[in-house]
Design a protein around this ligand. Structure first.
Ligand code: ATP
Ligand code: MG
Length: 301
């Protein structure tokens, strides 16, 4: 398949999961088990082929992004544990040049982080122009885990008079403004919520417990968070409603089937890069003369 064809197909697939206006978004309208036009049995093997083609197209686009050195791309991944963030990042980005890509994982904030505003640690990690930056979790934790567990908010050393009942609306507003600012500066922001079902998460946790090679991935705290499942879902839904915008859309990606998740994420990244005016820099006449002179010298020696 030609790159152009892959781009067209990617656009078609990614469009179904893109939320560019949050107002009417409802999480219940997205089925975590959805596999689009792919039937589970027959198309699971084919999905590997599709992903491989996507990865090749992505590598081509990234090469131009890097050479052009104009746009920066920030991809944000949020999800419940075991939804497949790490795997999606690993597979989708497997073909790209590591020199043009940075991945940051945001864990519980350090004492130094807590001594600053919450965007501070993320701002320090924004991608350079020409690069793709990946945030594995992000400042969105500030309206997710921090909202579900108010004790995290209490640890943030905020002046108490600034913590009122509107704090979440204020955070949504600040995040919207921040992303608007980024987009006005040539940082293209795309956000992914990998939507796994509670049932599939349980299956994956049990898999991590039963398989010695996966034991390291399991923490009993992750399982305890299941008690707050509904609170998390409410927080995710509202986060998407409040922060999905045209310039910084969310992709709500069904995540009960890893192979499908990866295809959708790849498609969304391809559609994003293809929407930019990527091109190799043109060389001017003096550069062409320089190249011709260098060639002459190389050939004659
Ligand atoms: P993952 O779960 O993403 O695969 P991990 O298990 O290696 O990664 P953890 O040690 O679980 O990483 O660290 C991520 C944890 O940090 C999550 O539970 C997340 O909710 C928490 N976290 C991230 N940002 C914040 C924040 N701003 N405030 C409080 N907790 C946060
Ligand atoms: Mg974890």
């Amino acid at each position: 398949m030609k790159t152009k064809e892959i781009i067209d197909k990617s656009r078609e697939l990614a469009k179904r999961f893109r939320v560019g206006k949050g107002k009417d978004f409802r999480l219940k309208d997205v089925d975590p088990d959805d596999t689009g036009d792919f039937t589970k049995e027959e198309d699971k093997p084919r999905s590997k082929e599709v992903l491989a083609m996507g990865v090749t197209a992505l590598a081509e686009l990234q090469d131009k992004l890097y050479a052009q050195d104009k746009w920066a791309v920030l991809l944000i991944f949020q999800a419940m544990d075991a939804a497949g963030k790490d795997g999606a990042i690993k597979h989708v980005m497997s073909g790209i040049n590591p020199q043009g890509c940075q991945v940051y994982s945001f864990k519980s904030p350090s004492p130094e982080d807590l001594d600053h505003d919450y965007l501070w640690r993320c701002m320090k990690s924004l991608p350079n122009r020409g690069h793709i930056g990946i945030f594995n979790r992000s400042y969105y934790e500030e309206v997710l885990v921090v909202r579900v567990h108010p004790e995290f908010l209490a640890k943030q050393k905020l002046p108490p008079e600034l913590v009122g009942k509107n704090i979440w609306d204020e955070r949504f507003e600040d995040i919207r403004n921040f992303e608007q600012y980024l987009s006005r500066n040539g940082v293209v922001v795309r956000k992914f919520f990998l939507h796994v079902s509670k049932k599939e998460q349980k299956k994956r946790f049990l898999g991590r417990i039963d398989d010695p090679l996966k034991n390291w991935k399991f923490s009993s705290n992750d399982a305890n968070e299941r008690d707050f499942w509904d609170d998390y879902m409410d927080a995710y839904e509202q986060m998407i409603q409040e922060t999905a915008t045209k310039h910084a859309p969310w992709y709500v990606v069904p995540a009960d089937n890893k192979w499908f998740t990866r295809i959708v994420v790849a498609a969304a990244v391809i559609e994003t890069l293809a929407s930019l005016d990527l091109a190799y820099p043109e060389v001017d006449d003096s550069k062409l003369k320089e190249l011709a002179a260098a060639k002459k010298k190389l050939v004659s020696n």
